[in-house]
Structures are given as C-alpha cells and as structure tokens.
Design a binder for this molecule. Structure first.
Ligand code: PMP
Length: 360
C-alpha cells in the first residue's frame, strides 16, 4: 500500500480496487448508466444493513446523517430519550437540542455501555423516540442495541442508531433488531473515502418523516425516497464515491459478511494480545468493548502523544489520540475495514519499540 498506514478509527485504508473504481470515467447522474450503478449499490447496502428496506444515501459526512435523522424523524418540541457513552453520543444530543427537541439524557461514564435497565428506568410514555450510538468511537464501547431494540419492539417509539464506525465491522441487524433509523458513513468499516452517509429507514421511520414538521430541504428523506424509486438522487450525487462504495461493498460481499465480522474479532484480539505485556491498559470495560477499535490508557505522563507522533514520523503509521477529557491520556487504534494481520502486527511491534524507548 502506498502512503501512510491508517490505523485510525476513520478515515480508514482504501483498497486499490476501490481507488480504481473511484477513478473511472465520469458518468452523468441522469442516465441509465447511473441508474444501474445506483441499483447495484442499493442492493449491496441492503445486504450490509441487513434490511429489506431502502437505504438512502446523501453526499455528506456522518454528522450530516445524525442531523438528517433528527430533522426527518421529529417535530420541534418533541420529547425524546438520548443516550451518550462518549463524544459522539454527546454530539447526537447536541444536534437534537439545536433543533428544539426536549431531550432527556442518559450519560454513562466513558469506557462503559448503557444497560437495558437504564433505558427501562428512563423511558417515558411521552418519548417519541430513543437515539443512541452503537460503537462509540471516542471510547471503544458498544451499546446493547439488540436488547434495546427487542425491548422497544411493541412500543410506539422510533429507535435511531448511529453506527457510523461500527456498521461493517460489528454485526448489526437492522430489521431483526427492530432499528428504525440506522446511520453509517463511507469512510470507516465500509472501506471507502469520506463523503457519503447512508441511512436505512423502516416503514415506521418513513411514516415519521411524512408527519415530521421540522424544516428541512437538502436532507429530506421524502424527496430522496421519491427519487430512489426512479434509481436516482434528488440532487447531483457524488458519482465517483458512489462507484467507489459499490466496489467496496462488492469486496465485502465476496468475503462474506460473517467472515468480515470474524476477521474484525480475530484482529481486535490479536492487537490486544500483542500489547498485553506493555504499560498500555484497555480503557474500555471488557463487557462493553467492540471489535472496530481499541482504546488504550497511557498512564506514563506524555506517552500517548509520543506514541502517536513517533508512529507517524518514524513508522508511517497513523493512529488517533483521545477526545475531550481523554486528550493526551489515551490512544485510539482503529482496526475496521481494510485491515489484516500484517497491519496489526506492524502497528503493535512499532508501539512496543516506542514504549521501550520511553522506558529507557
Ligand atoms: N458517530 C460516530 C460513532 C463516529 O465515529 C463519527 C466519526 N468519527 C461520527 C458520528 C461523525 O462522522 P463524521 O466525522 O463523518 O461526521
């Protein structure tokens, strides 16, 4: 692979085949060529979302997907329950409040996950929906979305899940788990450059979009859905990214979804095992930890930033540092998407060398 190795929790490494697809000759978005590409990608999106329903796409970052899910699901003043286990849960709550929702908030300490009992104890009849992060990229924690979905099944609430950094790395079954709005983005486990978000919508979510009075124009699910039936997007799509994402999902299809999840599991364990006998300690509680990234606490003063900067300067490997109050205290190593054993071993052996220098 050319360039630096991205062991960051997004953007991630992009396979050569995907880069080539992105460089294919431009096609016009109001032609049968585009309709064919759009249809192929849509079928593949249903496959990775594990849904029979349409998955809409918009040219924007994952945050656009969070915003779109709020403005299409609710009306100003609606009461909702927001769950945060880290930075991205906080962001979701912030967006909901900006749009005038009355948010009851559950905040769980970083490194942990919410429990079903906490949801049960906080959910009120008046709540129109629950929104939550699946894989929390700031902490490495994963929320029990399956159990929450089962609990919400016969309740008149929308269940909205941010799977921006987990979909394609950790199993998430949209239909079976009763998720109404499922959001992800192109640049993480889906092995594509940044620039697209995808949102799966249940019938209940589409119905909510019809009754929602929140002002919106570009991020309107109803117009995107109308054009979806014609095999198109309402506005000029990011055609090259659509081609790239289609190729990336073809690779996932070839490997097989369950093999993809198994690979993430094996690689997560391998990295943690490789670094077991070092001063780095897992930041995330064992019951909550996911397979898409690993967050390590670095107790030796200054070591987090030395590890991160030396990996880049001396080894051409990029990882991420901590966010918010964990800045300078943790390192975050992404292992989602296009990752293999060699990349894991290269990263861990480089970290071990850096740590031995720090300890001299
Ligand atoms: N949610 C989660 C869980 C994320 O990891 C991220 C990106 N790190 C986002 C939302 C926001 O995505 P973007 O940076 O593409 O706006």
């Amino acid at each position: 692979m050319n360039g630096k190795l991205l062991m960051t929790p997004g953007p991630t490494n992009v396979p050569e085949r995907v880069l080539k697809a992105m460089a294919s000759p431009m096609i016009h978005h109001r032609t049968s060529d585009y309709v064919k590409l759009f249809a192929e990608l849509n079928e593949r999106l249903k496959f990775v979302f594990q849904t029979k329903n349409p998955v809409l796409m918009f040219p924007a970052a994952g945050t656009g997907g969070l915003e779109a899910s709020i403005v299409n699901s609710f009306s100003p003043g609606d009461k909702v329950l927001g769950v945060s286990i880290g930075e991205f849960g906080d962001r979701f709550i912030k967006i909901a409040k900006i749009y005038g929702l009355q948010v009851d908030e559950i905040h769980v300490p970083w490194g942990e996950a919410v429990t079903l009992d906490e949801i049960k104890n906080n959910l009120k009849d008046e709540h129109k929906g629950v929104f939550i992060t699946h894989g929390e990229t700031s902490t490495g924690g994963v929320n029990p979305v399956k159990d929450i979905g089962a609990y919400l099944k016969d309740k008149d609430k929308l269940f909205i899940v941010d799977a921006v950094s987990s979909l394609g790395a950790i199993d998430i079954k949209m239909d079976e788990w009763n998720i109404d709005v499922l959001i992800t983005a192109s640049q993480k486990a889906l092995m594509c450059p940044p620039g697209l978000f995808f949102v799966g919508l249940s019938d209940k979510a589409m119905e909510a979009a019809r009754t929602s009075t929140m002002p919106r124009f570009y991020f309107d699910f109803l117009s995107a859905r109308k054009f979806y039936d014609k095999g198109q997007n309402p506005y000029t799509p990011a055609v090259s990214l659509v081609a790239a994402q289609n190729e990336a999902l073809k690779i996932i299809e070839e490997e097989g979804l369950s093999n993809v999840f198994k690979r993430h599991d094996t690689l997560a364990k391998r990295l943690r095992d490789n670094l077991k006998n070092t001063p780095l300690k897992l930041f995330t509680k064992e019951y909550a930890i996911g397979n898409n990234l690993t967050v390590f606490s670095c107790d030796i003063e200054g070591s987090a930033s030395i590890i991160k900067s030396t990996l880049e300067s001396d080894y051409d490997i990029l990882i991420a540092g901590g966010q918010s109050h964990t800045a300078g205290k943790v390192i975050r190593i992404g292992h989602m998407g296009y990752v293999n054993e060699e990349m894991i071993d290269r990263t861990s052996s480089s970290i071990i060398k850096i740590l031995s220098e720090i300890n001299k």
